[in-house]
Design a protein around this ligand. Sequence first.
Ligand code: FEO
Ligand code: CA
Ligand code: CA
Length: 641
Amino acid sequence: MAKDFARMEDSNPSGNPTIHDVSDPQRRVFVRGGLAAAVAGLFGPLAGCASTGSGGSNNAVSGLGRSIGFKSVPMAAVDQVVVPEGYRTQVLYRWGDPTGIAGRMPAFKTDASDSADDQALQAGMHHDGMAFFPLDGSNRGLLVLNHEYVDDGLLHTDGMKTWSAAKVRKSMHAHGVSVIELQRGGAAWQQVLPSRFARRITALTPMTLTGPAAGHPMLRTAGDPSGTQVLGTFNNCANGQTPWGTYLTCEENFADYFEGTATPDAHQKRWGLKKGNGAKYRWYEHEERFDVAKHPNESNRYGWVVEIDPQDPSSTPRKRTALGRAAHEGAAVALTDDGRAVVYMGEDSRFEYIYKFVSRDKVRPGGAAANRDLLDHGTLYVGRFDVDGTGEWLPLEQGKGGLVADKGFATQGDVLIKSRQASDILGATKMDRPEWTTVDPLTKEVYCTLTNNSNRGAPGQPFMDAANPRSNNTMGQIIRWKESGDLDATKFAWNHLVLAGDPKQTRYEAQGNVKGDAFGSPDGLMVDARGVLWIQADVSTSTLGKGEYTNLPNNQMLACDPTKGEIRRFLLGPAGCEITGLTATPDLRTLFINIQHPGEPANERSDPERPLAVSKWPDGAGRPRSATVVITKIDGGVIGS
Ligand code: FEO
Ligand code: CA
Ligand code: CA
């Protein structure tokens, strides 16, 4: 979901140190001195900030290295998916298509008259993060994908003209996660229907809270005095995939679903729970637990990373409290040399933080069952990015760094549930909306998209700092770091891969230093197995084609060889969509992406009487539908080569 610049949550009033020593905009954008120059040597040759990437020398996939061979796609205002010459696309699993549960596969009704019960058996709306789990090499597998949020103007035949408990149930069923089975047949992929793996997880699916905060008094409600049993997950944005075969789905803007009170307490304020929030989805009108005045603890049960075993449709999803509470964007998983799990996580809100979790135990052979409790024990850190190009991971541990009882942190559960407040106290760096993180499998460098932050440097708001160097940052940047040693290190060196922007813009801060095709608002991010960095843009529909985005009327996906820094446009999406979700088969010959909210109007609410006003994608008739797009090369080659 792209967030409208004017309406973004901005709940961090803390006085963490910010850096006021860079006032010249030229210096602000391009220059950092001192130790930064020294640490630049840790990276490679790109504008003083590139990668040690081993390129093709460590390439297990194809011998192609990180090379990018396609011809760049020109930017254009189109209403289709455009890929480079030599590539083809296929649309799969549109909103409303059956998930594939045996004997229960209701076909989508083009007037959106599908019932709430039907919706629980069909693709949800607004596809987001996803992962491919191979069952038979690169020819068959499970695709697990998030359904982030809904446009109620499209979801119901008459939109929101009337409102009812049934509509709320349908909306709740259109959220969550899908597990579908896919197989390749020649050049095309098909959904396996039915499949014994097929599953829908929704905002009403029972799940458990596990880890140090489970059972905490702040997680107990009238419906669940134990503080361990939760109904559902929602606003599932990006994701992660563990080496032991499970899927991580991340709860992002949960505050939008709760109707706050006129007199929020400090905790509610810090988590953006405001009076009027509930008007967006109107769940609280029929589901009392979303009314903060009546159930003040319910919202604390959201904002977690949820682990799902896609191979077992009867398994209970687990909300892993050890990973901390946040408006979680994604959760990129990698391993230390001795086999412990490291999870990098961004919190996508203005002036929020980047987190890292290191598991206590090593991953065991034996898949999901053998690692059932792995993410319940470990250390959570928050990042501080210093002006000299180094940084430190600050432990979110009760009793350390001022996280003590008289500050409201009597237990580790307090720290994890109030991770924002704890990070404020530790002096973490307030970032420009951290979205996806990804770990380069060849070098273990970590990348994170900082999508934009137009409040940076505004009166009364945090000033620019070295990691977030532009005021009124409408274009975003990609930051990266290399740990000092193994991935569990507490120190790192960092720099920017790129400050996104459009060189044709007159405002200096909107120009950036992109070497290649212009873009802004980077969001989805993945370094693939051969080291190509894929970047997906999520410019909000209220901004596309306007202001700094005048020359960028559509969202797009790009590819970068981080050792060279050149960025090339690979794909354009249909009108009014976001490009998100990124996963590939192990042979890198099939890439899956998602088109989210094609045809979304600037106010994010479609007119049910004019559903095609912005986009006719993908069916050319009826309602625009989020869908998965399969990308293959016509010659069967590696994507991007
Ligand atoms: Fe759901 Fe921050 O994107
Ligand atoms: Ca976004
Ligand atoms: Ca996103």
